[in-house]
Write a protein that binds this ligand. Structure first.
Ligand code: PLP
Length: 380
């Protein structure tokens, strides 16, 4: 019997090495990794600049504490807020922790408690972020949930209008629901959220744990919408594989988090910051983001050219792409793995493709060919 808890449905593949988009298992079998560790390995596996950053920093200093000054954190925070309307950053270690900080900041600033969230959303596994998550399967058996989360249908303007009252501190959403099925916010819904937040003085929290850091072809996914979040959470791609998360807030929220109000021991740890700075220095370049968009168009075009429209819908943005199928997709995921392609599910009907942002066109060609054959579609 395993010495591990059984909380992951692990696939029987032991990955031991990676380079770019390719990973290898302990039997020497190679796979194209179109999961990126679920939107984490943004620059691919073992990117030389990341390896160098880890090596250099690990020889200098691993950890101090947030009781000491950190010009490195200051620099990374400035890189994240540069050219945005955000003013300040709190560093932590994961997406759930970034969302916890977001919820706490919204409550502290507004002195209100209700947070509106959406069905099929995913915000994490802590008690607060699980309560914010709009998926029963995530919550089952762990109640009572934290009070004051109102979960309503996504992209439904009338229900949103009806849900708003004077108790609402914030509306919290993913610009594209990642785990929930690669569901983008509609332009009309984004406009309605934006109007309501402005009219009623409600804060907007955008969870960009999965969509942030270039994943959707812009630095942050909200930049492709009318949304202007007051608070944003980041993690996953920020560390390129090293655990680091961040919560960004506007200057108006600065006073709500005074000394001693919120903290985490490892947040903004020197190793994590060194790696994240390297990721940002690469990804936040116009040329890099332009290439992500080109690769995205290419991936979507290739998928659409082989997958019949009456059976499959291709959606998403940047290199967060979902192939929605009429049937359940669990068996396709394992067949793809057998064929040498790693992909991940998003809800019961969607195959999610999340290659590293450094994927090549040749790798996309190969992945599309493998996926088509797994889906039983002849490719000429
Ligand atoms: N928010 C979103 C949108 C996510 O996709 C995830 C993880 O999948 C989380 C939050 C939770 O992040 P973590 O697993 O790092 O706590």
């Amino acid at each position: 019997m395993s010495a591990l808890f059984n909380n992951y449905a692990r696939r029987p593949v032991h990955l031991v090495e990676g380079q770019g988009t390719r990973v290898m298992d302990d039997q020497g079998k190679e796979y194209l990794d179109f999961t990126s560790g679920i939107a984490v390995v943004s620059l691919g596996h073992a990117h030389p600049a990341i390896v160098e950053a880890v090596q250099k920093q690990s020889e200098k200093l691993w950890h101090t504490s947030n009781i000491f000054a950190s010009p490195e954190q200051e620099k990374l925070a400035a890189s994240l807020v540069n050219d945005t309307h955000f003013g300040h950053v709190f560093f932590c270690n994961s997406g759930a922790e970034a969302n916890e900080a977001a919820i706490k900041l919204a409550r502290k600033h507004t002195q209100k408690h209700t947070i509106i969230t959406f069905e099929q959303s995913f915000h994490g596994r802590t008690i607060a972020t699980m309560s914010a998550t709009g998926q029963k399967k995530v919550q089952e058996g762990f109640g009572p949930l934290l009070e004051k989360f109102k979960t309503i249908p996504y992209n439904d303007i009338d229900t949103l209008k009806a849900a708003v009252d004077d108790e609402v501190a914030a509306i919290m959403l993913e610009v594209i629901q990642g785990e929930g099925g690669v569901n983008p916010v509609s332009p009309e819904f984004a406009q309605a959220i934006s109007d309501i937040c402005q009219e009623k003085g409600i804060l907007l929290i955008v969870d960009e744990v999965q969509t942030g850091i270039g994943r959707t072809g812009t630095r942050y996914a909200y930049e492709q919408t009318v949304l202007k979040p007051d608070i944003m959470s980041l993690a996953k791609g920020l560390g390129g594989g090293f655990p680091i998360g961040a919560m960004l807030g506007t200057p108006a929220l600065f006073d709500a988090f005074g000394p001693g109000s919120h903290a985490t021991t490892f947040g903004g740890n020197p190793l994590g910051v060194a790696v994240a700075q390297t990721v940002i220095d690469h990804v936040f370049q116009d040329d890099f983001l332009k290439q992500v968009n080109e690769l995205s168009s290419y991936l979507v075009e290739q998928l659409k050219s082989v997958l019949p429209e009456d059976r499959f819908t291709v959606r998403g943005s940047g290199l967060l792409v979902g192939v929605a199928c009429q049937e359940e997709v669990a068996s396709y995921i394992s067949k793809a793995e057998e064929a040498g392609l790693l992909v991940v599910q998003a809800g019961p009907h969607v195959i999610r493709l999340l290659p590293p942002l450094t994927v090549t066109k040749e790798e996309i060609d190969k992945a599309v060919e493998l996926l088509a054959s797994v889906l039983g579609i002849p490719v000429s």
